[in-house]
Design a protein around this ligand. Structure first.
Ligand SMILES: NC(=O)c1ccc[n+]([C@@H]2O[C@H](COP(=O)([O-])OP(=O)(O)OC[C@H]3O[C@@H](n4cnc5c(N)ncnc54)[C@H](O)[C@@H]3O)[C@@H](O)[C@H]2O)c1
Length: 351
């Protein structure tokens, strides 16, 4: 095939068309300070108010990012008319009571992932927001990360033809003692794995019908639940596509960490890592490779917030709305049941 003309603007996250929304950030922990706020500064977004019950984290965010107002009291932030979007960057198990209060205040919610650890809780939060008429988007910002956005570009350009295989392998280490991640039940499948489930839905344009997931504990591990899984997602037969997701989050050999997507279509295939994508069309003798600009952290966070702002401006549902995300949570939840019970789980069993 002739050389592909791939340009950074084809996959880099773009700022919102109207950036003039006041953001109130709730939860000023690690991800808020190291990704959300960094990206918002780079993209020219206005953060007008910050809230955290931990004074140290609040102070760190306010000082580093010159946020005009800071409080430990959510009601104060909600009473501020300058706050037009509430960016909720707390943990999933802290989310529901805050969603209730923010919805009651009538402010649009941009929530960190995972939306919820339990499917039913996610449904209830969607209903709370819908009853209050409050827009809700889940920050599945991985969709705007360069290495994922570029895969979607190849698919959307028709360069892969009919996509029939989506495969992901990640090898990493997050089994740190005393870290919240190791103490959270089902953290690898639900908290971190929701990115890869959501990306599978994004690349195939479909939600699977059934899930088979296996996992194992590793001798001496710190995590309260297994840190390694293999997941197979099955779609309706007419869709003629399958996804396989494998995550070893307790790899003890850093030189052999990995992050690779393979997406195969009837007209071509791509292989994407964190910083490079390779493409070969059907019957090509050589692959074409492209170095990617930008990064997931923090750039993608500017892209997901742009989607939130654009959806508000255009008065439409955001791409990863709370209702859309129910299917991502549902697949993660099904994967937990599947691995616990050693059986294939139909999505129709849930909800
Ligand atoms: N790629 C990603 O999107 C990504 C990466 C890392 C973490 N996360 C997610 O972000 C969430 C937070 O992770 P983290 O590492 O920043 O955790 P963290 O513990 O560092 O930060 C959470 C913050 O929320 C604050 N908080 C808790 N309850 C609150 C309340 N009622 N009101 C105000 N503030 C409150 C805490 O005091 C803390 O500062 C998790 O759900 C995690 O999965 C997402």
């Amino acid at each position: 095939m002739a050389a592909i003309k791939l340009k950074p603007k084809d996959y880099l996250p773009q700022p919102a068309k109207n950036r003039d929304y006041g953001i109130g950030i709730v939860g000023c922990g690690n991800i808020a300070r190291n990704a959300h706020l960094k990206a918002y500064r780079a993209f020219g977004y206005r953060v007008v108010h910050a809230c955290d019950i931990n004074e140290e984290n609040l102070k760190a965010a306010v000082e580093e990012y010159n946020i005009p107002e800071g409080t430990t009291d959510l009601d104060e932030l909600l009473a501020d008319p300058a706050v037009e979007i509430v960016d909720l960057a707390v943990h999933a198990n802290q989310r529901r009571p805050l969603v209730e209060r923010i919805a009651e205040a009538g402010k649009p919610i941009f929530s960190q992932k995972p939306f919820a650890m339990q499917y039913q809780e996610a449904v209830e939060m969607v209903e709370i927001c819908e009853r209050a008429g409050v827009p809700l988007m889940i920050n599945q910002q991985a969709r705007w990360a360069p290495q994922h956005a570029v895969i979607k570009w190849f698919i959307d350009e028709g360069l892969l033809g009919h996509v029939y295989n989506v495969m992901h392998v990640i090898r990493s280490y997050q089994d740190r003692p005393d870290h919240w991640f190791s103490k959270l039940e089902n953290a690898v499948i639900v908290d971190h794995g929701c990115h890869y489930i959501d990306l599978s839905r994004h690349f195939t344009g479909l939600t699977p019908e059934r899930v088979k997931c296996t996992n194992t504990r590793v001798p001496g591990q710190n995590g309260v639940t297994p840190m390694i899984y293999s997941m197979t997602l099955e779609y309706e037969p007419e869709a003629q596509v399958m996804s396989t997701l494998h995550f070893n989050d307790i790899c003890y050999a850093p030189p052999l960490f990995d992050y690779t997507w393979w997406v195969d279509g009837t007209e071509g295939s791509v292989r994407a890592g964190r910083t490079e994508i390779a493409f070969a069309a059907k019957d090509d003798e050589a692959e074409q490779t492209f170095e990617l600009e930008g990064s997931w952290f923090p750039d993608a966070f500017g892209g997901s917030m742009a989607e939130m702002m654009n959806a508000l401006t255009e008065e439409r549902e955001p791409l990863t709305s709370g209702r859309d995300n129910l299917n991502t949570v549902r697949v993660a939840y099904a994967a937990v049941i599947s691995s616990n019970e050693g059986r294939t789980v139909e999505l129709s069993e849930i909800g």
